[in-house]
Design a protein around this ligand. Structure first.
Ligand code: BGC
Length: 756
């Protein structure tokens, strides 16, 4: 194989393979040649996915309980497994299938590699905050290289659920509140995982999840119903999934939630009409864990068998650990309730992915101990993780240019339990990351601080006891015993850097909250510190938009760093000390109060959007009496150590297209990266449109004093929307085009456009 390793301009490692991709025709012939040999039982086997041999004490296939699993694998009755880890374990499991079953069909091995396998990259929401396709692509590429080297060839990522509600813990796993930004990230993530050739042993199959509307669970509560309008489903929840199909995602995962009263797993309109029909998706759909069985609890299926029937009819091709297809499909086919052609279609889709991965050529092709030893957690990956993490931090506030840290600062007090944590920065959904394998903020500051005295005090305690993916996190009770030392250090130091935020196990699956204010007594300590030292920087670590009006009022500087992965501490220090000029922009609106959630910039106008101009004190308009309507920090927002000025917005309309130009100038003292954002509004339409929606953005790096003209070409796809019958088109007439720094700071113009 012709393999070239090269570096992109940002020194991001890209592994490129020149291998030939199977032509569709040849692929289909190969798939059919296998399908024709299969018995019904063997076909059903392909739709059956088992959880692996992982026990809490470690991986093993020797365990007594695994006996029936092993027998079924040997009989060719299992199509894939999740959570079987390491080359050794995967080879052993694959051997069971390939060397014992009648047809020797290899199994698929999948795992949740959400933001890294052992080298952690920033969590997906943070990656989206870079607004940089390369950040997403290279992060996925590193994940793929490590995952593939561990013997796996399928990740259950990217999670591309648009989510507008900070209460939902899984907001951390996606790209935030905007369908366009999420689509851009989706494309880059899939490219990063899958490369241009799935059979390359360093690429893995991606899985776009959770189809669909999982980000809209009511009140942000995990596994809850999604009561979503057709308009929002078509125009907000679905576009990233369309982008996933266009980017060639090999697989999809459906969702736990109801969509308009029907479980996503049993949703024919979503899976058959739209995904496999209109969009022409050729890969397969795996259910979410037990989501077929859960249709009984939803009140949609009578029993397990009925759930299996409904799921297969609706186009769920593979059953993740539910054992429903395994137990009931044969009976359903025999009774005629399921036509065998549906099963054939599911199996064809699954086999196709196995061929594309090259598993029929060599079932063990991902099982190479030397690659496993060489590639996983290698220094180059950590270095890239640091570069990536720097691009994800968002500077929320920087009064009097307190940051970057100036030369005259000779002592820094680093405060907060999370500042010394080597684990919190790894984030949740951390695959095989080793506990405490991250660089803490404190370590990062110490590594970077030259001739500066660094002291550390825990100050507040956020969590205590065991922290992990599975069990509820125990937050520390409010105790102020650490305050005194922290205050002393703060008093004696030139500057304070205080880590605040949430433990990483406050976000992720099963981590919904009703209150997104910072827990414990962090804010109390912040207030006390601010009284004695005004050279105060807050480094905020969260996986969700948090409600921080007090922090915003008190702290002169706030840097949102999310969970930045293995090298987080070094990456943050790069920014604090001015070795990197922050360039991240918010992919989610930060509210003043949790009660504003779900909060998003692309809202539609109410009939009473503003106060009565003749009598502003009258209450009868759409507002809260105890909170502003808008965000504390809006979507797209983020500061830099320099400043950018926008001028001369112009446009030229020609045959359904609008050429937009704007001048952007760096009017500050240092070089910086600006993200120029374009929003549009259709002010009058047959379906009321959002007051603005992001349609494009470009990043420009400018030296001090430098000015560029940034150009965009907008067309029907930017001005249009999905109509109730799922047709997409733009309606002729007037539009507003807004170009600027973020969703609330822009220059705008009106244009008239005719599309046909
Ligand atoms: C999650 C999925 C995940 C699956 C397998 C489910 O609980 O919703 O996102 O891929 O488990 O771990």
């Amino acid at each position: 194989m012709n393999r070239v390793i090269f570096y992109l301009n940002l020194n991001f490692l890209v592994i490129y393979s020149g291998a030939q991709v199977l032509s569709t025709n040849l692929l289909d012939k190969k798939v059919d040649s296998v399908l024709h040999l299969m018995t019904i039982q063997e076909k059903i086997g392909q739709t059956n996915m088992y959880n692996g041999f992982m026990e809490f004490t470690g991986p093993t296939i020797e365990n007594e309980d695994n006996k029936s699993k092993i027998e079924n694998i040997k009989s060719g009755l299992v199509g894939g497994m999740l959570n079987t880890l390491s080359v050794k374990e995967i080879r052993a499991a694959q051997k069971l299938a390939v060397e014992n079953s009648r047809l020797g069909i290899p199994m698929l091995f999948g795992y949740d590699v959400i933001h890294g396998y052992k080298t952690m990259l920033p969590v997906p929401l943070a990656q989206a905050a870079s607004w940089d396709r390369q950040v997403a692509e290279v992060s996925a590429r590193i994940s793929a290289v490590e995952t593939a080297s561990s013997g796996l060839h399928w990740t259950f990522a990217p999670m591309i659920d648009v989510c507008r509600d900070g209460r939902f813990g899984r907001i951390m796993e996606g790209a935030g509140e905007d369908p366009y930004l999420t689509s851009v990230m989706t494309e880059a993530w899939i490219k990063g995982y899958q490369g241009s050739d799935l059979s390359d042993e360093y690429t893995i199959a991606a899985c776009a999840k959770h189809f669909a509307a999982y980000g809209f669970v009511e009140a942000g509560r995990e596994y809850n119903t999604a009561d979503i309008s057709r308009n929002t489903l078509y125009n907000v929840a679905l576009p990233p999934f369309k982008a996933a199909v266009d980017a060639g995602a090999a697989t999809f995962m459906n969702a736990f939630n109801l969509v308009d009263g029907v479980p996503a797993t049993g949703h024919s309109h979503l899976q058959r009409d739209i995904l496999k029909g209109v969009w022409g998706f050729e890969g397969f759909v795996v259910s979410d864990w037990w989501s077929i069985v859960e249709m009984v609890s939803h009140g949609f299926a009578i029993d397990r068998q009925d759930a299996g029937r409904l799921a297969m009819l609706a186009g769920s091709d593979m059953d993740m650990e539910g054992r429903v297809y395994e137990e009931h499909l044969a009976e359903l086919i025999k009774s005629g309730e399921i036509d065998e052609t549906l099963l054939n279609d599911a199996v064809r889709r699954i086999l196709r992915v196995k061929f594309q991965l090259g598993l029929f050529d060599d079932p063990y092709k991902y099982c190479d101990e030397s690659r496993e030893a060489e590639q996983i957690f290698k220094p180059e990956h950590r270095e890239i993780s640091r570069e990536v993490a720097r691009k994800t931090a968002v500077l929320l506030k920087n009064e009097n240019d307190l940051l970057p840290i100036k030369e005259q600062v000779k002592s820094i007090a680093v405060i907060g339990q999370m500042a010394s944590s080597k684990d919190v920065p790894l984030g949740n959904w951390r695959a095989q990351a080793i506990t405490d394998s991250g660089v803490s903020l404190l370590e990062g500051i110490k590594n970077a601080a030259k001739d500066i005295e660094v002291s550390y005090s825990e100050g507040y305690r956020l969590s205590k006891g065991e922290r992990n993916f599975v069990f509820e996190l125990t937050l520390a009770p409010d105790d102020t015993t650490g305050f005194q030392e922290a205050l002393t250090f703060a008093r004696e130091s030139d500057m304070v850097v205080m880590a605040m935020g949430e433990d990483c196990f406050q976000t992720g699956e099963g981590r919904s909250q009703t209150d997104t204010r910072l827990k414990g007594n962090q804010v109390e300590l912040l207030k006390r510190i601010a009284e004695i030292n005004d050279q105060l920087v807050v480094v905020l670590m969260t996986g969700r938009p948090v409600a921080i009006p007090e922090v915003a009022a008190i702290a002169p500087s706030i840097l949102q760093v999310w969970y930045g992965g293995t090298e987080a501490g070094n990456a943050t220090a790069d920014i604090l000390f001015g070795n990197y000029n922050p360039s991240g922009r918010l992919p989610v609106s930060f509210p003043y109060y949790t009660g504003q959630e779900p909060l998003h910039y692309d809202r539609t106008n109410t009939g009473r959007p503003g106060a009565n101009p003749w009598n502003p004190s009258v209450v009868f308009w759409s507002h809260y009496t105890d909170s502003p309507n808008q965000a504390l920090y809006p979507f797209g927002y983020g500061l830099s150590y320099t400043e950018f000025e926008y001028s001369n917005l112009s446009n030229r309309v020609k045959e359904g297209m609008v050429e937009v130009k704007i001048n952007v100038k760096n009017i500050g003292q240092i070089e910086g990266l600006e993200t120029v954002q374009v929003y549009v509004r259709d002010p009058v339409a047959t379906v009321a449109q959002p007051i603005k929606k992001l349609v494009d953005f470009k990043q420009v790096r400018l030296k001090p004093g430098e000015q560029v003209t940034v150009e965009f070409i907008l067309d029907e796809k930017d001005f249009g929307f999905y109509h109730p019958d799922f047709t997409f088109y733009a309606e002729n007439g007037a539009f507003e085009i807004m170009v600027g720094k973020h969703s609330e700071d822009f220059i705008s113009e009106q244009v008239m456009v005719t599309f046909n």
